[in-house]
Design a protein around this ligand. Structure first.
Ligand SMILES: [Zn+2]
Length: 109
């Protein structure tokens, strides 16, 4: 079984004390982190990567095409979006209509 990093207690690189779990805000995301009494912070690498990937896509317009499958409309989501949002086959998404020209697609995360 893969060991969950979050269960570990890393030591501070500056003062070698055991760091405590914390939550920090990074680009508007809540990111898991560890904090030391000396003020040193260590970001959870998985959470930090998520923010990094999101920031690469942010404020860009990404094209998606509409197709048909068994008389249903399907939207082909570009790979970079699927990877950033960790979409899984069969995953249920929520569509939120916003204006006559715009809708949001929300993931379960
Ligand atoms: Zn420290």
């Amino acid at each position: 079984m893969k060991r969950d990093l979050w269960e570990g207690s890393p030591k501070c690189i500056k003062c070698k004390k055991t760091m405590k779990k914390a939550e920090v805000s990074l680009s508007g995301f809540r990111v898991r982190a560890w904090r030391c009494s000396c003020g040193e912070e260590l970001l959870h690498p998985i959470d930090a990567e998520k923010v990094f990937l999101f920031n690469k896509l942010k404020d860009r317009k990404i094209e998606a095409s509409v197709g048909m499958s068994n008389r249903s409309f399907i939207i082909r989501i570009p790979k970079e979006i699927a990877e950033t949002y960790k979409l899984q086959k069969g995953e249920k998404l929520e569509i939120v209509p916003e204006t006559p020209k715009k809708f949001l697609i929300e993931t379960g995360e």
